[in-house]
Design a protein. Structure first.
Length: 256
């Protein structure tokens, strides 16, 4: 990882058909000490997507790629812990040498809430449940979850791989809506079973059950509250999923 302030290494010129997910931030609802809100860098061949842009994620993004190389940003919903670093992305695009606007795919409420819908360097595309969007070598399909406002889970297909992201959701949503054949399911697991019903999120147990119902090959859990024991959440998820469970951590990369 390059030192602070240095330009990241140039991405490979021929990434082939590789699909990777790199964690920019994974804390639930608020960032813990040294942490960051929700955010992930998805590489599909030569296409770069940022999936959510919570507080602290833009700093991590710059250690991995030149932000000017990002093709598009997908924001799942209007809560700021999933979009606050759009401000940094926009400012860097305006003053850091980016030539073309970066496309932003999000529910309508996000642009209104963020107040960045008039900047010339963010090209907003409103999406809703059932919509699809093509970005380079990636195809995104959106599905409404069980969370405040219009919150959209997303399935990303490309290079013969499929990634599912739950965004934020309660137990009233079925991961099966993302379709079959998921190679990796990135699912929120905010807390443990004793917290079930106290907020619009999933416990580790509920995340494991959702992943098993969806038939995913791999489960990665994320969005844990900083005050909750990560080992306990992972154990619940493993027991319910019936297989290995990986935890998101800043800088961790998963290859599909």
């Amino acid at each position: 990882m390059p030192r602070s302030g240095s330009r990241p290494a140039t991405p490979p010129t021929d990434p082939g058909d590789e699909v990777t997910l790199t964690v920019l931030g994974c804390d639930g609802s608020w960032p813990g000490p040294g942490g960051a809100g929700s955010g992930y860098l998805v590489r599909v061949g030569g296409t770069l997507l940022v999936l959510d842009a919570g507080p602290g994620t833009f700093a991590v993004l710059q250690t991995l790629v030149d932000p000017s190389d990002v093709d598009a940003v997908v924001i799942s919903h209007h809560h700021p812990d999933h979009w606050a670093d759009l401000y940094a992305l926009d400012t860097q695009a305006r003053f850091g040498g980016r030539r073309d606007p970066v496309r932003v795919y999000a529910p309508a409420e996000v642009a209104r809430r963020a107040g960045t819908d008039r900047t010339p360097m963010l090209e907003w595309h409103e999406v809703a449940s059932g919509d699809r969007a093509g970005v380079g070598e990636a195809s995104c399909a959106f599905h409404r979850t069980d969370h405040a406002g219009e919150t959209l889970a997303v399935r990303i297909d490309g290079a013969d791989r499929a990634l599912g992201y739950s965004a934020d959701t309660g137990p009233g949503w079925s991961a099966e809506s993302l379709g079959s054949g998921l190679d990796l399911f990135l699912c929120e697991a905010t807390y443990t079973v004793e917290h079930e019903g106290t907020a619009g999120h999933l416990s580790g147990r509920q995340a494991g059950e959702a992943a098993r119902a969806a038939g995913t090959r791999r489960l990665v859990i994320t969005h844990r509250w900083p005050t909750v024991d990560g080992r306990a959440v992972a154990e619940e998820a493993r027991d319910a999923f019936g297989g290995p469970v990986e935890q998101a951590a800043i800088g961790k990369e998963f290859t599909l």
